[in-house]
Design a binder for this molecule. Structure first.
Ligand code: ADE
Length: 233
């Protein structure tokens, strides 16, 4: 494995606060209208940021973490809406791949989620997923693996959720992961996307999201810190 700094990214303050609280030697740098937190975790150098919600902000932050802050590995932590009925609030899902459910040039005969010279689904790093499985086993935690669908849309509608499930065979949905995948794939940076379920993208989604954002975000962030411990530097 490489020797640079590890990027830890979320979309919302609640998703990265537990990580920042666990760091030593924290310095805050303002860049591109955002805050980046440099620090160490058990001696390993990390840079942490939340992007703000959605694909555009996530793209900017992932690119900045790599190109400006010299990160050579990226771990994303946050919450997601469940599609797969096996996923309950607080459960962890690690993405084996990510797609954009709101990318649509089907008018030109292309499948949903596809643009020329792109891919519908971008796989995450296999080595990082393997590390995650070992950690889950050691800790006796259930860790499901599946496809995550990303879009600039908070889904609180059973019909839209079913459409995303049927079209992409996705297990969970959120609003940033596939952007990180596009950036890391293009820049050859190994990446990992972990989400803890906050809601089920249904009629109760906004209510459940507000209630479980903080607790689910903490479950994901704690796991990400164990990943940092396990990653060789
Ligand atoms: N992140 C967490 N829950 C979500 C939902 N229902 N839709 C989009 N992103 C989410």
């Amino acid at each position: 494995m490489a020797n640079g700094r590890i990027a830890i990214m979320g979309a919302m303050p609640e998703e990265i606060e537990p990580v920042i609280n666990a760091l030593d030697n924290v310095h805050t740098i303002v860049y591109g209208d955002n805050k980046y937190y440099e620090g160490t975790y058990h001696g390993k150098e990390v840079v942490v940021a939340y992007s703000k919600i959605g694909k555009v902000f996530a793209t900017l932050t992932a690119t900045t973490l790599i190109e400006k802050f010299g990160c050579d590995l990226l771990l994303f932590s946050g919450v997601a809406g469940a599609i797969n009925s096996k996923l309950k609030i607080g459960d962890l899902i690690v993405a084996n791949g990510l797609c954009q459910h709101d990318l649509d040039i089907t008018a030109f005969g292309h499948p949903f989620g596809y643009v020329p010279e792109g891919n519908v689904c971008i796989p995450t790093d296999e080595g990082l997923r393997h590390i995650a499985k070992e950690i889950a086993q050691k800790k006796g935690l259930a860790l499901q693996e599946g496809l995550i669908a990303t879009g600039d849309q908070f889904v609180a509608d059973p019909e839209r959720k079913e459409w995303i499930a049927a079209t992409f065979n996705a297990d969970a949905l959120e609003m940033e992961g596939a952007s990180v995948a596009v950036v890391c794939n293009a820049l050859n940076v190994p990446f990992f996307v972990l989400r803890a379920i906050s809601d089920s993208a249904d009629m109760d989604a906004s209510f459940n999201f507000d209630e479980f954002l903080e607790s689910s975000a903490k479950i994901s962030a704690d796991f990400i810190l164990s990943m940092v411990d396990a990653i060789e530097r």
